[in-house]
Design a protein around this ligand. Structure first.
Ligand code: CP3
Length: 338
């Protein structure tokens, strides 16, 4: 299992590779099955969700599967009115703006609220011969959707609540962290062999904001997973200035986007953690030879790391040619032989 070995900084025969958003609109077989309904409906159907998880594993021969679900699934499951709009992302009719809104964040009971997701994991473990990654949205990234009511560029309302009413902010993050931890632990019990925390939008924060308003909740999640012995991956976009703090928050693997080289990321994270990344998903739209050169550069930058999991710096873009991703998987496997 070279993916799990790399996460644990153990020796590997080749560099493992998988892609964030490897299941998705860039695959014709995904579009054929997904249909037009909400992604939340697909996630609630274990046969469909298992099949969508397996498609990229079969096609590309990647070294890990990531559960087909979404970071907002646990929020929808506890009755926060949230939908995922195609081409836009998560949206709420009634965003969270004041203390009273926190009553809508009830504690999750994973065996009941996430029953279809846990069933999907059980189905997958019977089928897969590569490790299965479970995941959750981190408290800050989920809070940003709850407060903004949808995707945001500036996170103005989120930061306004954070700074203007810190007591409510911390209560909200604590409640999100509890649910996140419960969801991740339940995924591991059902069979997930690694867990990734997506704090996708943490790169919008200053170091001080991250340390004071976000890191305590994140730290509690990683501490609360430590007895499981399952590799914990911590990912965000635009987090170059936060990588040392993200490493301190307690994961085993830190995800790095394309803005920072893996060499620099290794310096910033203390050279004792595995790193995951960091080919620019936008470069994957270029001619295949260009993409291959960029992938080679990532492998070169990773030389000497204690552990490296090859990935993109963020998710696969929908317009990506699957043939290009196939070429990247093959190149990583062929050119990283130890
Ligand atoms: O293949 C995989 O990576 C596994 C499945 C997965 C999805 N979402 C499925 C999905 C994972 C790991 C996620 C995580 C997720 N969801 C994140 C964190 C990762 C990141 O990209 O930063 C975030 C921020 C979300 C919220 C979200 N859900 C967004 C921004 C969108 C895109 C909206 C769009 O249509 O462009 C979604 C929808 C979504 N989640 C899709 C998929 C495959 C695409 C639309 C669909 O098929 O319905």
């Amino acid at each position: 299992m070279r993916f799990l070995a790399a996460c644990r900084c153990q020796p590997v025969d080749r560099t493992p590779v998988w892609f964030m958003r490897q299941a998705g609109r860039s695959l014709p077989e995904y579009r054929a099955i997904r249909g037009d309904g909400s992604i939340l409906k697909a996630v609630a159907n274990p046969d469909v969700a298992a099949e969508l998880t397996l498609q990229p594993v079969r096609r590309y021969g990647v070294d890990a599967a990531i559960l087909f679900s979404d970071i907002v699934v646990p929020l929808a499951a506890i009755g926060v009115g949230i939908e995922v709009e195609p081409g836009r992302g998560p949206v709420l009719d009634q965003p969270f703006r004041r203390e009273a809104d926190l009553s809508r964040l009830r504690p999750i009971e994973p065996e009941l609220d996430l029953a279809p997701v846990l069933e999907t994991i059980r189905l997958l473990r019977a089928e897969l011969d590569v490790p299965l990654i479970g995941f959750a949205g981190a408290p800050f990234t989920l809070a940003s959707y709850l407060v903004e009511g949808g995707p945001s560029r500036t996170f103005g309302r989120t930061k306004s609540l954070m700074h203007g009413d810190p007591a409510t902010w911390h209560r909200m993050l604590d409640a999100l962290a509890e649910n996140c931890l419960a969801s991740l632990r339940a995924q591991a019990s059902a069979g997930a062999q690694a867990l990734q925390l997506f704090d996708s939008w943490a790169g919008s924060l200053s170091r001080r904001e991250y340390r004071d308003f976000v890191m305590p909740a994140t730290r509690r999640i990683f501490a609360g997973l430590s007895d499981l012995g399952v590799p914990r991956i911590h990912f965000g976009v635009g987090t170059g200035e936060l990588l040392d703090l993200m490493a301190e928050a307690g994961a085993d693997v830190v995800g790095v986007d394309w803005r920072v080289s893996l060499q620099d990321a290794a310096e910033r994270t203390g050279r004792h953690l595995a790193l995951q990344g960091n080919l620019d998903p936008a470069i994957c739209l270029a001619p295949v030879g260009v993409v291959e050169d960029a992938a080679r550069q990532v492998l070169k930058d990773a030389a000497g790391l204690p552990g490296h999991v090859f990935n993109l710096g963020h998710g696969v873009l929908p317009e990506t040619d699957p043939g290009v991703l196939q070429a990247v998987v093959d190149l990583v496997h062929e050119e990283s032989v130890r």
